[in-house]
Design a protein. Sequence first.
Length: 266
Amino acid sequence: MKKHLISLILYLFFICSIHFAIAQTAQKPRFKAVAIAEIGGGHALFDVAAKAWLNKLAADSNFTIDYISDTKSINKDFLKQYQLFIQLDYPPYPWEKDAQDAFEDYIKNGRGGWVGFHHPTLLGVFDGYPMWQWYSGFMGDIEFKRHIPGGTAAKLTVEDPAHPVMSGIPASFTTKDEWYIYNKSPRENVHVLASIDETTYNPPKDVKMGDHPVIWTNEHVKAKNIYIAMGHFPELFDDGNYTTLVRNAIFWAVGKSQDSRGQESR
Ligand SMILES: [Zn+2]
């Protein structure tokens, strides 16, 4: 009897080992992402909500996500590890020269994809740092002029419903965030996926750009990239349209890079 029990235990141990090995293989991550977010600052609550949501997405979808809070570790070798760079909450300053060079190389040559939220278009002279000219070009040759603080609802219009990032998003929808105003529309330099209807600001605002894109992609670089202007308030993660956009953007951007005309390379 005792002998049988030992055999049974050994058998169960053997089966468990096989299951463990299979699970290990299945859990090999699909890709590795790195996300940069400031510590503290005006977007700290957004970052908390975003990280919780992203961590769940990563666990559910079998990818990994590492977080950094400044650009000190960014160089070409560091970025080589990652198939996706998420600029969760970080402006285009202050970046060390090595970090700038490595990031430019990553984007220009499509070494990975990029998804940026809100803060990356804070383009201009801030805290004594000159504007990063290349980055301004990446964002459509724009400069930040001012913002509409406090949280303003607005209707967004989807301009390219066929784009994979817009899959499952209604033709127009209302959302609420802090809106950035630029010196001009980036439209002539980027492919606009959605824009804001400034007549629908609630409460109404006089600060208007006219043409005001809020989601776009720059097709002049090899990296698949998506900029999403919304990224100030944590409540965005309670909005199903927003989470669909973020999910779509991540899985689209991490796909194959695009050639110089913006087409997906084979
Ligand atoms: Zn903000």
